[in-house]
Design a protein around this ligand. Sequence first.
Ligand code: FAD
Length: 498
Amino acid sequence: MTTLPRKMLIDGEVGNSGAEEAQYDFDLFVIGAGSGGVRAARFSANFGAKVGICELPFHPISSEVIGGVGGTCVIRGCVPKKILVYGASYGGETEDARNYGWEINENVNFNWKKLLQKKTDEIIRLNGIYKKLLSNSGVKLFEGEGKIVGPNEVELTQLDGTKLSYSAKHILIATGSRAQRPNIPGQELGITSDEALSLEDLPKRAVVLGGGYIAVEFASIWRGFGATVDLFFRRELPLRGFDAEMRAVVARNLEGRGINFHPQTNLTELIRTENGIKVRTDHGEELMADLVLFATGRAPNTKRLNLEAVGVELDQTGAVKVDEYSRTNIPSIWAVGDVTNRVNLTPVALMEGTCFAKTLFGNQPSKPDYMHIPCAVFSIPPLSVVGLSEEEAIEQANGDVLVFTSTFNPMKNTISGRQEKSVMKLLVDAETDKVIGASMCGPDSPEIMQGIAVALKCGATKAQFDSTVGIHPSAAEEFVTMRSVTRRISATKAKTNL
Ligand SMILES: Cc1cc2nc3c(=O)[nH]c(=O)nc-3n(C[C@H](O)[C@H](O)[C@H](O)COP(=O)(O)OP(=O)(O)OC[C@H]3O[C@@H](n4cnc5c(N)ncnc54)[C@H](O)[C@@H]3O)c2cc1C
């Protein structure tokens, strides 16, 4: 479907007047108060809609009945993870500082419990801010588990087991996703990212299973705090889906930082012993660990929503199927964020929530725009990308693509003595000169890539990059001084509109 039914546009007046609206308790009821749900609820209320939202009670570690206003990003995702990345970065920085004249004579001790408390204080603070954002917008917040009992009917189970029932003209599913565990003997001895962000004690020996960004980030965090880290993953390189050359750079840098890589290796069994967890692999290896993290994917939270009762369609992973306006197949039921079959990132959930509210209550039909979504892997050092990878360019570009790369040891390392390469890459459409992809592995790359994303969104050409004056001395200036083509690649398929 590409056009909106006329009725939806009329819903912009919802809550203002009219006999039809009066028969519902709410114009909109949102299930799940994470990034997408809170954004959709607030913006809808600001457009004049009467909005209710429900969320599970707060706890840093989620379950089917525990969650908290703010959702994954704030309580057990982006924010606490980044706090630990900052904390872990001081490990390498402290080593590097010696060659800058810092005389660190005594042992540098790290107090994990202190950082953990600071992290918990921060997420409690943000949980409070999110609640305030909702109440300031006039959204009614309920604590309890929501489920759908009819196309316009939501049932809430409160902590004490009592049930409440509300009718709503529209229902928004924004229940996010949860970490999954592999089905291997002893899997109960492993943890997921939820627990990893709230550990009582820092591990000395950590095993991480998974090749995605969450696996790589936790490997960096624990290594930064001085643990022995073994990273197991299925492919030859971690970070499937990212530019292959950049994946290799990340791998080399992380190995350089002391992370032990085990490519094309799976875990087959965990066994509890007196000395820790014995980990067995499908290569016949055995090693001991204090902690095993499963970062092996997440599944959408749809199981307990009773969606089959109303016939909301799911895909084979259990994600809610939606169209470009976040509509499900049931006209009164919508979905945004990680619970849907789209990109799973906080800014994307926010964008989908905003577009949903504008479309339904703001009389401004809005589709989320998935072109040029920048993203970062907060490994130490980080990887950041926007636009196409080289592999995607070969699949999708209109014609030949020019690849510009720059590999350098950052200036800071010349004094610190650290041997670690930063790599930058630009992909340029040979015919139009448009920059269609950018990536960087190296310190500060997420901060740099945000600006590059604006340029790509505006359709900047390589000539415009080249005519931009650099900031000297910086790593970022390399993006505007790459003059020689490293290679020319040819697209294999016929052509989209880039
Ligand atoms: C470890 C980790 C690190 C991450 N790092 C990043 C990052 O650096 N950058 C980035 O962009 N993204 C990151 N993400 C992804 C990001 O957190 C998610 O994409 C984002 O939070 C999705 O928002 P959402 O609103 O769809 O879902 P969520 O934020 O998960 O919110 C869903 C809410 O619904 C609640 N809920 C579920 N079922 C019910 C029910 N039946 N009734 C009531 N409430 C219910 C849940 O408790 C939850 O609070 C990370 C994720 C993880 C796990």
